[in-house]
Design a protein around this ligand. Structure first.
Ligand SMILES: [Zn+2]
Length: 160
């Protein structure tokens, strides 16, 4: 068996050569397999280094997965927003906050939506009637009432 000193932990003959192995790349909920990878693995510290050709294929597959995932999320953001009958501007006001063109950037795949926002969109996709709750919460009546109570309490304390 081919061995060499580990460049990471320094163990003599720590690294063994392997080939024909499959690796799974994952990004958020998506995964992709890369097959027939060869390289070195340290038996002492588990450090792995791929051979040149394998490293290149692995990194290409990672980039591709990232790109596919970005496009998929972009398409989902647009589809769901339209299903909820929101303009991009309304979607920013009600759901995402941030700059006025935030949604247009998500939908063009320029940047990935933050995970909580993407989850919120997917929840609204499954339960679109919750948009009524979103509208109502956005008016903030409940919060304003709490603030008023707080103000009244404070006045009660500081009044002569
Ligand atoms: Zn090692």
């Amino acid at each position: 068996m081919k061995t060499q000193q580990c460049f990471s932990c320094g163990t003599q003959d720590g690294m063994q050569h392997f080939d024909g192995r499959s690796f799974t790349i994952d990004f958020r909920q998506l995964t992709r397999q890369v097959h027939d990878i060869s390289g070195w693995e340290c038996q002492a510290c588990s450090e792995i280094e791929f051979d040149d050709g394998s490293a290149e294929r692995y990194s290409e597959a990672s980039d591709q997965l990232l790109e596919d995932s970005r496009q998929l999320m972009a398409a989902e953001m647009k589809r769901i927003r339209r299903k909820l009958h929101l303009t991009q501007k309304e979607a920013v006001k009600l759901l995402s906050g941030g700059g006025h063109n935030a949604f247009s950037r998500y939908e063009r795949g320029e940047i990935a939506p933050p995970q909580p926002l993407f989850m919120l969109m997917r929840l609204l996709d499954r339960h679109p009637h919750l948009m009524a709750e979103v509208q109502s919460l956005n008016e903030g009546l409940d919060l304003r009432q709490r603030l008023e109570i707080k103000d009244q309490e404070r006045e009660g304390v500081t009044a002569p």
